[in-house]
Design a protein around this ligand. Structure first.
Ligand code: ATP
Ligand code: MG
Length: 312
């Protein structure tokens, strides 16, 4: 596996060529996805680009295909709870999806206190959520209830900001009625995500959802769900011992690279550090391990360039 991933270090899937996908619509480049927009659909290509702290830093071999596979599986496993945007998977890196008007907030649900919330709780930034967090929390402690820490969806170049449910409504971003529906859908999705993870020996720690409204006014879940980019996953059988010993959890997600970056003194401001190939490969293997566990089958590194198969 690692040898095959090494091959892909240099010919990674970092960007699509819009001149060869003209029939798919007009290109809008996100941090991770190249999205081709047409009247009522998006041709969403998940590339190997890695973003952390809202900055694109490098590429990670096969990350795009792995994320796409996990998201597709998760959409199919939850469509009875909440309709989603998926129409079809024409290529391992691509989802054809229904185009929506995205709501201007992201819904983040958390079962454990860790990552950015742990950091924000200590810097005082978490006050924006207007939540009474229990006293004396330890890092990585489980909450009795799943908590919701929304954020605004910032424009390009800006960071998403924490916001409370009350403030979302007060600022007129989403109506109270619609927000209640969104949050209740998110909780249903999260419960299913937790069950599916648990069946594979994993803990779904937290996750981010985006929702949109179709032209007919239907509320659907969009973007990606339950992936290693949008969620944290820990290895369940190691949780308790590590928690009691005050050690970091075994993480199968993007938090690995965030912590590596923080260790290098980088949190999204200033010049990013050089990311060595070993670090890129380790992250690729972590993403592949999550894929294999969640989907119950091994990720196969594609033979030949995934870009070329996209244009043929
Ligand atoms: N069905 C949909 N309708 C409309 N917009 C969508 C739909 N699904 C996803 N999107 C939007 O497409 C973009 C996907 O690109 P990408 O994930 O690269 O962007 P990003 O959010 O800027 O990056 P990152 O995920 O690193 O924060 C997002 O802005 C997302 O909100
Ligand atoms: Mg995104």
């Amino acid at each position: 596996m690692r040898e095959q991933l090494v091959q892909r270090l240099t010919d990674g899937f970092t960007a699509t060529d819009p001149t060869r996908l003209t029939e798919c619509g007009e290109l809008v480049r996100g941090k991770v996805r190249d999205v081709y927009v047409s009247d009522d659909e998006l041709f969403m290509v998940t590339t190997d680009r890695l973003s952390a702290f809202d900055v694109v830093l490098t590429s990670v071999p096969c990350k795009g295909a792995i994320l796409n596979a996990i998201a597709v599986e998760a959409f199919r496993a939850t469509e009875d709870l909440c309709p989603n945007h998926l129409i079809e998977v024409p290529h391992p890196n691509v989802m054809r999806v229904r185009r929506t008007t995205p709501l201007p907030v992201e819904i983040i649900l958390r079962r454990y206190i860790t990552g950015s919330l742990w950091r924000d709780l200590h810097s005082g930034k978490a006050a924006a959520y207007e939540i009474d967090f229990p006293e004396g929390l330890k890092r990585d402690q489980r909450f009795d209830e799943v908590i919701c820490t929304p954020s605004t969806k910032a424009d390009v170049g800006l960071h998403d900001e924490p916001i409370s449910e009350r403030e979302i409504v007060a600022r007129g971003l989403v109506s109270k009625e619609l927000l209640d529906e969104v949050i209740s859908k998110a909780h249903a999705l999260f419960r299913r995500g937790e069950e599916l993870a648990a069946a594979r020996g994993l803990i779904l720690v937290d996750t981010k959802y985006e929702f949109g409204l179709t032209p007919e006014g239907e509320l659907i879940v969009i973007d990606e769900i339950h992936t290693a980019d949008s969620s944290r996953y820990w290895v369940a059988e190691e949780y308790q011992a590590r928690f009691e010993a005050g050690e970091s959890q075994r993480m199968l997600d993007k938090e690995n690279i965030r912590q590596w970056l923080i260790g290098q003194g980088y949190q999204g401001e200033g010049e990013p550090p050089h990311i060595p190939d070993e670090v890129r490969l380790d992250l690729a293997q972590t993403y592949a391990e999550l894929h294999d566990r969640l989907l119950g089958r091994p990720f196969e590194v594609p033979v030949g360039s995934p870009q070329e198969s996209l244009y043929s």
